[in-house]
Design a protein around this ligand. Structure first.
Ligand SMILES: Cc1ncc(COP(=O)(O)O)c(C=O)c1O
Length: 397
């Protein structure tokens, strides 16, 4: 038997490169992994108070199936955090749904929102799940331009041009993966205006909200006015808990326009029963306990960002904007040498120099083309080594 066509055509560039890298590891090659945005694979770890809360929950039999929408103390903590940090208005626990990471939230949201043939506008380049899941539901993700020379800010004219009668929502990822951009207030307001004009909801992924390195972050709920919002967030990055698989989705919906879609998310949530219950208790501690690790994480990332930014711009035929948040940098390769695509370039860099990166076109075939995504979670010494290898590779090709 064969897998369905809808599954056959799914792509996930980040893991595609890892599969090739693992083959090399099996042959005994040592690699430098700059491809996966997982802080816990490097010198970052879940804060111990969060781990203890998890152990306590598990050892006191808090291992029942929880409410599908998420345990009440966690939804309460999410409401408080989102009001305080991202300016959410009139949020209650009924507007929040806990999911197994944002990844499950994307699956539920698009499952409830998109019918075959519908469109959703997403930034180009973009985190791959936002283009893969619409396709899975026989709908379409249409990428709008983000402007590389303007530190990857969204191009409002392009968004406006691409709205059609089939458009169901506009997505922003802020701070952004893969570009590290933080959207300015003016840009956010422009997107709110466009959404208002066309009567569309905004989906805003703010998973890197507290990992800004210098630019001030403004949460979409604080400026959205009457425009309905689907907000996507989680614990994987800021709380250093990627393998715990907890995230959440909430709505801000002053005119009751998207409640029905949110109810669809709740329905899908019930089908999978619940998110790991002890892990949810760990997340309560993450939001309500000490937050000191965030400052430390940001300080470490800032140093690594400064180093990789400097080294990349010193390499001939490579240029890059300075990421303002998260742990990704998205340099442009001015000339791919003998390689006909960024994918071939990335695979050759992997095979010849042992540096694992992701090809830009994996994040968008048009706006990501000719770029690389590198993760700067590694300690400085490793980043230096990787940059030496990349420099040598560029000279050779
Ligand atoms: C922008 C963005 N959204 C969502 C995710 C996935 O998050 P989760 O671990 O909550 O599923 C990632 C992971 O890299 C991401 O970069």
């Amino acid at each position: 038997m064969k897998q369905t066509e809808r599954v056959q055509t799914l792509e996930y560039a980040i893991r595609d490169v890892s599969a090739e890298a693992r083959k090399l590891v099996a042959q005994g090659k040592e690699l430098i992994w700059l491809n996966i945005g997982d802080p816990n694979k490097f010198d970052f770890a879940t804060p111990p108070n969060i781990v203890e809360a998890f152990i306590k929950a598990a050892s006191t039999n808090k291992s029942f199936y929880s409410e599908s929408q998420g345990i009440v103390p966690l939804r309460e903590a999410i409401v408080e955090k989102e009001k305080k940090i991202n300016g959410a208005k009139n949020l209650t626990i009924d507007d929040v749904h806990v999911t197994a990471g944002i990844s499950e939230g994307i699956m539920f949201l698009f499952g409830s929102m998109l019918s075959p043939g519908d469109e959703v506008l997403i930034p180009g380049p973009s985190y791959p799940s936002y283009s893969a899941f619409p396709k899975f539901y026989d709908a379409k993700a249409i990428t709008y331009r983000t402007i590389s020379d303007d530190n990857w800010q969204p191009d409002e004219d392009d968004i406006r041009k691409k709205v059609t009668p089939k458009t169901k929502a506009i997505l922003i990822i802020n701070p952004n993966n893969p570009t590290g951009a933080v959207y300015r207030e003016k840009e956010l307001k422009n997107i709110v205006d466009i959404a208002g004009e066309f009567d569309l909801p905004i989906i805003a992924d703010e998973i890197y909200d507290r990992l800004t390195l210098d630019q001030k972050f403004i949460g979409m709920p604080s400026i959205a006015k009457d425009v309905p919002l689907f907000m996507m967030n989680g614990f994987s990055k800021v709380y250093l808990m990627p393998g715990w698989r907890v995230g959440y989705c909430y709505i801000q919906d002053p005119e009751d326009k998207i409640r029905d879609i949110f109810n669809g998310i709740i329905k899908l949530g019930r089908l999978r029963l619940c998110v790991n219950t002890p892990a949810q208790y760990g997340c309560v501690e993450a939001l309500t306990g000490p937050q000191d690790h965030i400052k430390e994480t940001v300080a470490k990332l800032r140093k690594r960002r400064d180093l990789i930014y400097k080294r990349l711009n010193e390499i001939d035929r490579i240029s890059t904007e300075k990421p303002e948040a998260a742990f990704y940098i998205f340099p442009k390769i001015e000339n791919l040498g003998k390689y006909s695509s960024d994918k071939e370039f990335v695979l050759a860099l992997l095979r010849e120099e042992g540096v694992v990166s992701v090809f830009g076109s994996g994040f968008d075939k048009v706006y990501g083309k000719g770029h690389l995504r590198l993760v700067f979670l590694s300690p400085e010494k490793i980043i230096e080594d990787a940059m030496d290898r990349l420099e040598r590779f560029m000279k050779r090709i």
